[in-house]
Design a protein around this ligand. Structure first.
Ligand code: FPP
Length: 240
């Protein structure tokens, strides 16, 4: 089976640039090129959901010029890729605390979301100013608000209700989570949504990541047996 939802931690832009004596921002520019390649390949491969960790809540602590460059790259990407998204039936949405984003980024996200809202072939989700724990806090606030209005009783709290209070409410669980650059961490990315995901760590730095590398990650996924707590024999005997 191939993964329905692929999520990616695009790590190593800075190291890629530094290794060549270039400013870190050049790494992000090349990283944006890798995003274009990977989105294209994911679409060709029939991936239905692709979620990219473009900027974490913790990334606000980086030098302000690097943050500014990343924000500008997001705006440029949304502007430059809109037609290709439309041509390929790709709907773009975003998760994360967008109220913290500069106005041009919020506007670019909102207008791309609106322009691609009718597209149904693939969903591209950008996680910007996102952190899984912060998303959980917001979800708990929503639920306790309902409880305080008498609209949610303790007995009614369910996994489904908790998941549907997250910003990822309309998204399926992550099947395959890829991180580049050889780092073996999840860094707060989709902690509940990816809790049954297959993990794939690539040694390549993100700007070097290609469509073939996505193919390799997907092939590894297909070769794995997902058991969800059952035995291998039970899974093998179950109808596909
Ligand atoms: C982590 O690498 C990457 C980021 C913090 C930003 C990711 C951004 C892009 C891939 C480009 C813009 C995104 C889009 C969607 C157009 P790092 O800089 O932390 O690398 P390092 O660990 O080597 O320093």
């Amino acid at each position: 089976m191939q993964p329905r939802h692929v999520a990616m931690i695009m790590d190593g832009n800075g190291r890629w640039a530094e290794a060549q004596g270039l400013p870190r921002t050049r790494g992000h520019v090349e990283g944006a090129e890798a995003v274009r390649r990977v989105v294209r390949r994911a679409r060709q491969r029939g991936v239905q959901w692709l979620t990219l960790f473009a900027f974490s809540s913790q990334n606000w602590g980086r030098p302000s010029d690097e943050v500014g460059d990343l924000m500008q790259l997001l705006v440029d990407f949304l502007r430059d890729e809109r037609q290709e998204m439309l041509d390929n039936g790709i709907r773009l949405t975003a998760i994360g605390e967008r109220e913290f984003l500069p106005l041009p980024v919020r506007e670019a996200l909102a207008s791309t979301e609106a322009a691609t809202a009718h597209c149904t072939d693939m969903r591209l989700v950008l996680a910007v100013s996102y952190d899984g724990r912060r998303d959980m806090v917001r979800a708990v606030k929503r639920l306790t608000q309902l409880a305080s209005q008498g609209l949610l009783l303790p007995a009614d709290v369910s996994e489904r209700q908790i998941m549907s209070a997250l910003s990822t409410a309309d998204m399926p669980d992550v099947d395959l989570l890829v991180r580049t650059s050889g780092e073996l961490r999840l860094s707060g990315f989709l902690p509940l949504e990816a809790c049954y995901a297959e993990l794939y760590f690539a040694d390549k730095l993100w700007p070097e990541f290609t469509g073939e590398d996505l193919d390799a990650a997907m092939a590894t996924y297909t070769a794995r047996q997902r058991r969800f707590g059952l035995t291998g024999a039970q899974v093998a005997a179950a109808p596909a």
